[in-house]
Every structure is written in C-alpha cells, then in structure tokens.
Design a protein around this ligand. Structure first.
Ligand code: PGA
Length: 252
C-alpha cells in the first residue's frame, strides 16, 4: 500500500492527477475507472486544467464509472452520468462513446442483471481497467459496496445503507428522494484494476481510512480489501489520515 498525506486540497489533486497522467502516458488507449462524489472534484478540475493548458489528451481514453443510482435518467440532476459530464467529460476531449456509466434507467431486475454482466464483459474485452479512482464512504464503502459486500463481488445491483442515503441526501431535496438501489462495480471488479488510487478528505473519513489501511481485511470495511491489491495508493489530507497509527511511517 502506498500512502500520500497531502498538505492541501491542491496538493492532493496534483498528486492524484500525476498518477492518472502517468497511466495515460503509459498506454495507447488508457482505461480509467472513475468515481463520483465530492472528493474527486479537485482531481477532475486539475485534469481539465492540464487538458486546457498542457494538452493532456483524452482522445484515446476509455472510462468506466463505478456506479449509478437505479431509477435515474442520464439528465436527472443527481444522476452520476450527468455529474461526470458536468465535472469532467464536457471539458475534455474524450469521445463520448468511450465513457461508460452504468445505466440507471433499467427498471426490470433481470434486465439489470444482464446489463451488469455486459458491463463486466465490456471491461474485460477492452483489456481491464488500468487505473481505478475511488472515494471511500464514512462506513468504508467503495463504489456502493456497503459493509458486508462480498470481497469477490462483480458489478451488480445493491441496496444502499441508511447511512449512505443520509450522507448523500445533501444532493437531493429530501432524504425520501435518495434512491434505495444502485448498480455498482463489485469489490472484485475494483481489485481487478491494475492500479487503484483512493482519495479521502476530512475527519468524517478518518475512521474508515484507518480501518481500510490498518484494520483486518474484512467485508465490515469494504475498502480494507485493497490490502490485497498490489498497487493501491491512498491520497489523503491530514484530517483523513489523523487516525492512522502508522502515519509517521507512511510519510517516510
Ligand atoms: P464523497 O463520497 O466523495 O462525496 O465523500 C465518497 C463515497 O461515498 O465513496
């Protein structure tokens, strides 16, 4: 595990963008796994800046997003497709056909299951994800893999916990409007990515970060599965790192 404790939001964004850019330069058609949420926004802003000012080229880049709410049309204010368009895709030269976000419009359960299998197949057919960007929930979730998720799981439909729905209610006009289900890559899908970069900021994440990095590998903290990954980097701010007992070691 690699741990970077950054001194500012800007430093976090730059360190994470360096990892993404390095991966983009390593492959003719880099395959990026992307995340939504508040935490990666500064990273996306930095990538947009590098595209505009330094010509960082996304024209051959292929992306797969982690998750999407079930019941959310692409133009819905809170859909993750819309989030990604607004926060990143509309501002870089990615071919829209190359950006994949799970389809939140499918209502029928069997059709959702078929879609999830197809999503996994598309990732596999393209040769797998080179680098997966992740946030982490206060309960240790990655994607919408809530505590208790199988560590070998693949893309599937999951029920959101009450805590996650409460955490995400800030984006909706009321808690009642927060969807109850999501399509999410599984923990196994995430572990299959060749590299992983997990971003976390704030005191609200420090317990989850400590459990992920220093606790036992357990589905009680889905992010702890990253201890099994060969190339996982945590990029943290001081607050998110504040419960790490090995924090001094990680800094060296
Ligand atoms: P956040 O969400 O970046 O909005 O805190 C992270 C997550 O729930 O994975």
């Amino acid at each position: 595990m690699f741990v970077i404790v950054a001194r500012s939001e800007q430093e976090m964004a730059e360190r994470a963008a360096d990892l993404v850019e390095a991966e983009m330069q390593r492959h003719v058609s880099p395959v990026l796994g992307l995340a939504t949420g508040s935490t990666p926004i500064p990273l996306y802003e930095e990538l947009i800046r590098r595209h505009r000012e330094q010509g960082l080229d996304f024209s051959t880049c292929i992306t797969f997003n982690l998750d999407e709410y079930v019941g959310s049309a692409p133009d819905h204010a809170e859909s993750y497709r819309r989030f990604m368009n607004e926060q990143l895709f509309d501002h870089i030269n990615i071919n829209p056909k190359n950006s994949h976000v799970p389809d939140g419009t499918i209502a029928d359960l069997e059709a959702i299951e078929r879609f999830c299998e197809e999503y996994e197949k598309r990732i596999a057919d393209i040769g797998g994800i080179d680098l997966q960007v992740l946030g982490i929930g206060a309960n240790g979730h990655i994607g919408f893999n809530e505590p208790g998720s199988s560590l070998g799981s693949l893309t599937r439909i999951k029920t959101l916990t009450a805590k996650t729905r409460e955490d995400n209610a800030r984006f909706f006009s009321s808690l009642d409007e927060v969807p109850r289900y999501a399509i999410t890559m599984g923990i196994g899908t995430i572990l299959n990515a060749r590299k992983v970069v997990l971003l976390a900021t704030g005191k609200g994440k420090c317990a989850a970060v400590a459990a992920a990095l220093e606790g036992p590998v357990s589905s009680a903290c889905p992010a702890s599965a990253l201890q099994l990954h060969r190339y996982a980097t945590f990029v943290l701010d001081e607050d998110a790192a504040s419960q790490l007992t090995l924090e001094g070691y990680h800094r060296t």
